[in-house]
Design a protein around this ligand. Structure first.
Ligand SMILES: O=C(O)C1=C[C@@H](OP(=O)(O)O)[C@@H](O)[C@H](O)C1
Ligand SMILES: C=C(OP(=O)(O)O)C(=O)O
Length: 470
């Protein structure tokens, strides 16, 4: 197979993975997707120049960069003397965005769409939002409800889905909002709307979610009061109308992307893989905790701060894993990692029970259903019980041989390709195109570690598109 997925026969979008020799090596991963979106957004809302190193250049983030240009910021990509990409954003300042001349298309990206709905809600402009077939199915009501309380109006929408037009207000009403779902996107949308509000905008989160928005608001000069309510909920109060100023941002390695080479290194016999500079912010570190509980040989070294976030070099060595129970409270800290964890669980000895996964149903696909179907078609004993996923591990043995339906979901595609690296028969995914939304170099990076995966069209002995199995 070739290393470059773009060389694939475009008529056949399938990718496949087959049993590989030990994976070995040290790699760096692309920048964190959540932080990349936010660096562009806060850069555009700040006065002066923001310089971003390590920005993830995936389709989701590029859609946000394009949107920030449409709002009046100057966003440019440069290459420094060392050959590294450096992005600059010359911002317009809070309250000074211009109304985009055309519809904004966020592609596959829930984060881009939802955060920018919040930003628009606090400005006196009207913007039409749209996305691809996956994003059009995802609920926007969770952000629209608080934004309407703040004075924004939704037009041209039959339900709470895209496409829709949001009319913002130049004087958003400060609100106190308790999150009905544990969602960093909803929290961030309300805080972004509150930036241009004259008062105190407060978000209360009963279950803590990723805190990159709070960290970055402080980094750009906003005043935030963060405390705990008597019931333990986290209270975040933003003082409105701050003067944000351009900053230097270094984006650390994405732990959600790291999940794939880490799980691959654990399940492919004889492997040893190190990933440098992975963000280990506790609000994102649930997978590391869970893999350690499963008995993974996983160590953190060189723990340090980079760009205001804790990072470490993470090393895994292949070895036996044991099934565990993953509590519902842990879900927000590893919400995007369940497809990868489910693959680790399929190779573990014993049963893994993952509780409280209702939020997985509203991602790029219904991930609870997609993961269960992908495991089942590859011979894994799996069951969904309400919001829980129960996987009976094969103690190092997975049959494989199935073609997994990805439903336009990058994480489903990557997780099942990882599964195929140690299965008895190759695993195929029906469409690998969405991998470029979050991890454009996934295939070459994995191949560099020794993984045998890539376009199925490069496999002479594989069944034609539409037929299962290899
Ligand atoms: O705020 C963010 O950057 C994200 C929050 C999460 O979504 P929810 O807020 O819907 O849980 C996560 O799934 C998504 O990939 C990125
Ligand atoms: C859920 C995800 O992203 P988003 O909500 O931004 O589409 C993800 O990357 O797994």
């Amino acid at each position: 197979m070739t290393a470059d997925p773009s060389s694939a026969n475009t008529a056949d979008p399938r990718l496949g993975a087959r049993a590989s020799g030990p994976l070995t090596g040290t790699v760096r991963l692309p920048g964190d997707k959540s932080i990349s979106h936010r660096a562009l957004i806060f850069g555009a809302l700040a006065e002066g120049r923001t310089t971003i190193r390590g920005l993830l250049e995936g389709h989701d983030v590029i859609a946000t960069a394009d949107a920030m240009r449409a709002f009046g910021a100057r966003v440019e990509r440069h290459v420094d003397d060392a050959g590294e990409a450096v992005w600059t954003v010359d911002g317009v300042g809070v309250g000074a965005l211009i109304e985009p001349a055309a519809l904004l298309d966020f592609g596959n990206s829930g984060t881009g769409a939802r955060l920018l709905l919040g930003m628009v809600a606090g400005h006196g402009i009207a913007v039409r939002f749209d996305g691809d077939a996956s994003l059009r199915k995802r609920p926007m009501g969770r952000v629209l409800a608080p934004l309407e309380l703040m004075g924004a109006r939704v037009c041209d929408s039959a339900d709470d889905r895209l496409p829709l037009t949001l009319k913002g207000t130049r004087d958003p009403i400060p609100i106190e909002y308790r999150l009905p779902v544990p969602s960093a996107q909803v929290k961030s949308a309300v805080l972004l709307a509150g930036l241009n509000s004259p008062g105190l905008t407060t978000v209360i989160e009963p279950e803590p979610t990723r805190d990159h928005t709070e960290r970055m608001l402080v980094h750009f000069g906003a005043r935030l009061d963060i405390s705990r309510d008597p019931d333990g909920a986290r209270r975040i109060a933003l003082h409105g109308r701050p003067r944000l100023t351009g900053q230097a941002v270094t984006v650390p390695g994405d732990p959600s992307s790291a999940a794939f080479p880490l799980v691959a290194g654990l399940i492919v016999p004889g492997s040893r893989v190190t990933i440098r500079g992975v963000m280990v912010n506790p609000s994102r570190a649930g997978l590391i905790t869970t893999l350690q509980e499963m008995g993974a040989k996983l160590t953190l070294a060189n723990e340090r701060e980079d760009g205001g976030e804790p990072v470490a070099d993470v090393t895994v060595e292949a070895g036996p894993l044991t099934g565990v129970e993953v509590p519902a409270e842990r879900a927000p800290s590893m919400i995007d990692e369940y497809p990868a964890l489910a693959v680790a669980a399929a190779y573990a000895r014993g049963t893994t029970v993952m509780r409280g996964l209702s939020e997985l149903k509203v991602k790029e696909s219904d991930r609870l259903a997609a993961v269960a179907a992908g495991l089942a078609v590859n011979g894994v004993d799996v069951r969904v019980d309400g919001d829980d996923l129960i996987v009976a591990g094969g103690a190092g043995r997975v049959a494989g041989g199935g073609t997994v339906e990805t439903h336009m979901d990058h994480r489903i595609a990557m997780a099942f390709l990882v599964m195929g690296l140690a299965s008895e028969t190759p695993v195929l995914v029906d469409d690998g195109a969405m991998i470029a939304t979050s991890f454009p170099d996934f295939v070459p990076l994995m191949r560099g570690l020794g993984a045998d995966l890539g376009p199925v069209s490069d496999w002479p002995d594989t069944a034609p598109a539409g037929e299962p199995g290899a």
